[in-house]
Design a binder for this molecule. Structure first.
Ligand SMILES: N[C@@H](CCC(=O)N[C@@H](CS)C(=O)NCC(=O)O)C(=O)O
Length: 205
């Protein structure tokens, strides 16, 4: 039997979360290695590209969260069979990745520099990405990004909108998503109420 080990930060969210949810939805057992930030610093140079998530498949390391999400998503029925719908799913996955990089580029800033960078982000790139994602959601029919049903794109976008609303990001208003792209707020609730997502979090308690 194939063995899977996912290494990611010890948090409910981020690039590793759609992969964990997809494994759970697929009913596939995996080792869920959760690292503290200090533990990650100790091992970061031992993983390719010095980044997580890393999936080990029978001991062989694979990186890149979107590729891994697609791979596990296919096994979970959370990735479209149709090529065009798959492209739509990939577009949303890639957009969230790009938006996340914009936010991460402000990490490490402090005080006034942080405030300025985050305010620029809120009025600039974050609004651009939220509006763009709302367009992709509308193209998908309004409820899901691709194929008319939950896919890993929905899990990834929910991760982003949850993060932006969480209050964890200083100077990012918690009502930003609601104000800029209200359909994404509805989408966030839809995903969080999906039985597979609910079952995953129930399994964590
Ligand atoms: N393109 C990569 C990016 C991975 C990435 O940046 N991961 C972050 C955590 S979410 C990380 O490991 N950062 C560590 C660092 O930059 O030192 C992917 O999608 O997996």
């Amino acid at each position: 039997m194939t063995t899977y080990k996912l290494t990611y930060f010890d948090m409910d969210g981020g690039r590793g979360e759609p992969i964990r949810i997809a494994f759970h939805a697929a009913g596939i057992a995996f080792e869920d290695e959760r690292l503290s930030f200090a533990e990650f610093q100790e091992m970061r140079t031992s993983v390719r590209f010095n980044c997580v998530p890393v999936l080990e498949i029978d001991g062989a390391q694979v990186t890149q969260s979107n590729g891994i999400s697609r791979y596990v998503g296919k096994m979970a029925g959370l990735y479209p069979d149709d090529d065009l719908q798959a492209l739509y799913c990939d577009e949303a996955l890639g957009a969230v990745e790009d938006a996340s990089h914009r936010v991460v580029s402000t990490f490490g800033l402090e005080g006034e520099a942080l405030r300025e960078a985050r305010e620029q982000l809120v009025d600039g790139w974050l609004s651009v990405y939220l509006r763009g994602l709302a367009e992709l959601l509308a193209r998908g029919g309004g409820e899901y990004f691709a194929g008319g049903k939950l896919t890993v794109a929905d899990l990834k976008v929910q991760g982003l909108t949850h993060w932006l609303c969480s209050g964890m990001l200083d100077h990012v208003p918690t009502d930003l998503v609601q104000k800029v792209a209200p359909t994404l707020s509805e989408h966030q609730k839809r995903v969080e109420n999906d039985p597979r997502v609910v079952a995953y979090y129930a399994s964590r308690t």
